[in-house]
Design a protein around this ligand. Sequence first.
Ligand code: ATP
Ligand code: MG
Length: 553
Amino acid sequence: MSEEKSLNFLEEIIEADLAAGKYKSIVTRFPPEPNGYLHMGHATSICLNFGLTKKYPGYTNLRFDDTNPVTEETEYVDSIKEDIKWLGFDWKNELYASDYFEELYQYAITLINKGLAYVDDSTAEEIATLKGTPTEPGKDSSYRNRSIAENLDLFTRMKNGEFADGSRTLRAKIDMAHTNMLMRDPLIYRIKHAHHHRTGDTWCIYPMYDFAHGQSDSLEQITHSICTLEFVPHRELYDWLIEKLEIFPSHQYEFARRNLSYTVMSKRKLLQLVNEKHVQGWDDPRMPTISGMRRRGFTAESIRNFCDKIGIAKRENLTDFSLLEFCLREDLNHTAHRAMAVLDPIKLVITNYEAGTTEELTSENGPLETMGTRLLPFSKELWIEREDFMEVPAKKWFRLAPGAMVRLKSAYIIKCEGFTKDENGQITEIQASYIPGTKSGGDESGIQVKGTIHWVSAAHAVRAEIRLYDRLFKVEDPSSEEGDFKDYINPDSLQVIKEAYLEPALQHAPMGSRYQFIRKGYFCPDKDSSPEKPVFNRTVTLKDAWIKEVKKN
Ligand code: ATP
Ligand code: MG
């Protein structure tokens, strides 16, 4: 069944461009600055840029926007490539804005030769003072009318390292009274004696964002350069530079940043969480980073579906995190194998089952026949969930209670015969008898029970650590609250269960596998996991716990 989906505004533009013969094929790019790990906002941009060239003829480049020498690290470059591949996309060319430093330098010379750029000796404060305000025009710098020859000489000497950081800049000569503040003689080059992760010490002048981005687009013949809304005012400068340099006319289009509720999505803020140890690293399963979500058990498919479902907007908004979880459940429900795991164990002894005997019972791996079946060991002593027993049952309680019957999933119907308490009144063991002839799949007893509970055989179970995650922040939009966003961190976002029991096969669950622990949620092995000490993450609950909470109140 195909669903007719309306085009988003970029698809409309591209279809019109293709129809008009403006381009035969399109070129987009994803341009991360390698100063942190990618987050869900980047995932949106990746799905958009790569998605467009999957849909229309053309390709997408990966361009590292590494024009700022101080913050970039190769660790980030590697993680970015890994994340894009994991999301299921492939770039045509892996490029670095720093590879264009020579071309960009020549473009600056071109502007100087056209009388469209000048070297300014003013300090940053002087430049700021002369800039004016949105309602008042700025004033010309006293260096604005230097001769072309003097500008060429000074710019060459800037490049040769003759001047200290911050002592001079190169500015485009546009209009100090322009209504767009960004057009008031913007800085295009600054002096920075800093080591660059790729170009080393070759350069001590670096282009500003506005002078690198559009020119890089142009060098790569990008047809549709897509960025987020805060760059709307930059478009005028983007176009001006391309026009004056007479280079390939790339065009910039803007869409709204993706914001998700109950988290933050800025590398700067995420870096603070990492550095100040509020989380255990960029790939902490509570982080909205692609690596964190992958570690938590999110599938690439669910993230792509999420991006597809919501589409792109022209106005900023806050997307509900539960929408992403919805897409995840939708995917896992028909891909994750079912398994049994007891997270809060209490011993159940089947009094009439022979000690030392083990039966292998067949259980389905999932709702689809193609998922197959597995064998589960059953024996006299089992672990069940403490919450599945009530000493004094509530109304409509269909689980275990003195005298009550339930079905053990994929096994027998049992009847509770009694329980044992310790000196503190804590229940330590439950006793039950099983009813022969009620084995799942071959039950002809006619006995009807309303409750089914999960279990694992105590003698065969694997002890594991389980990590349960909740939202990282207590409020919907921590960035818009008063004070520091970190004041709103949820102190209970991680709960560690040290003693949970899993069915034996899970001891060797491969990395990347995903399970539905029946009645408990979706789980996956964590990267800390080993057969000696299995560790599982809860990826997501079976239902949206937060919705329930609201209804309860
Ligand atoms: P951050 O504020 O987290 O550092 P950024 O925009 O500075 O984000 P870049 O590495 O410069 O990060 O971004 C690479 C690409 O990803 C850009 O095209 C940018 O527009 C896009 N992008 C970044 N954050 C978001 C977001 N929240 N929603 C949509 N696109 C985003
Ligand atoms: Mg940035």
